[in-house]
Design a protein around this ligand. Structure first.
Ligand code: GS8
Length: 222
């Protein structure tokens, strides 16, 4: 069981969606941590040592022991700080399997579809917008009438997905559509998440992220 004076470090990138998950899980559970930004073009010896297989962020280092892969980190935080509320993983094995399944769908389908909304233009963008909306509608159906994917309170899948909320502005502006027009339940869920201090404070502000992406696009599409 984790103790109050534990050393908790996150190696991450400020705009890295996967790193946001690690910070968000810790924030939601109220666990103090040290954030160390990695320059991914000059990875630190600590990152290379902590994640020698993938050499990627995020890495959570708990009392010197590294945990890699964002979804594994979220589950680890939930288990290591089991006494802290809210519990993130559902209590029933089937619900846990479903939550993990949808988090995997997010990584395999939503992440690439979201990325293509701000990195493409013209006809290609039109096709990418359709695909993004198609995938987001899968989550709209999965959410149904629940306030959170975890049910009545924020859970594992909410943490896995809430990191997208700060990206919604980028998706909407460059994808040229409104999420609420296609997926009103997901849009309302996003507002509900961003209204929580533990969520919004753990994520970069949507405007800062938008500025960052705009600057990137200016260099690519110059
Ligand atoms: C993905 C991490 C990742 O792609 C997870 O943690 O869930 N499946 C992993 N991290 C990126 C930054 S976010 O876009 C990264 O570290 N890239 C550096 C590199 O590829 O060299």
């Amino acid at each position: 069981m984790a103790e109050d004076d534990d050393e908790v470090v996150v190696l991450g990138g400020v705009y890295s969606l996967f790193s946001m998950r690690a910070r968000l899980a810790l924030s939601v559970k109220g666990i103090p941590y040290q954030n160390r930004e990695e320059d991914l073009s000059h990875k630190s010896p600590l990152l290379l040592q902590a994640n020698p297989i993938h050499k990627k962020v995020p890495v959570l280092i708990h009392n010197g022991k590294p945990v890699c892969e964002s979804l594994i980190i979220v589950e680890y935080v939930d288990e290591a700080w089991r006494d802290r509320t809210p519990p993130l993983m559902p209590s029933h094995p089937y619900d846990r399997a479903q939550a993990r399944f949808w988090a995997d769908v997010a990584d395999k389908k939503l992440f690439p579809a979201g990325g293509k909304l701000w990195t493409t233009k013209g006809r290609e963008l039109e096709a990418n917008r359709k695909e993004f909306i198609r995938v987001l509608k899968l989550f709209e159906a999965e959410l149904g009438e629940k306030p959170y994917f975890g049910g009545q309170s924020l859970g594992f899948l909410d943490v896995a997905l809430a990191v997208y909320c700060t990206w919604f502005q980028v998706f909407e502006v460059y994808g040229n559509f409104r999420i609420k027009d296609h997926c009103p339940k997901v849009a309302a869920w996003g507002n509900r998440c961003m209204d929580m201090d533990t969520v919004s404070k753990a994520l970069p502000h949507p405007n800062d992220l938008y500025q960052f992406v705009s600057a990137l696009r200016n260099t690519w599409f110059a």
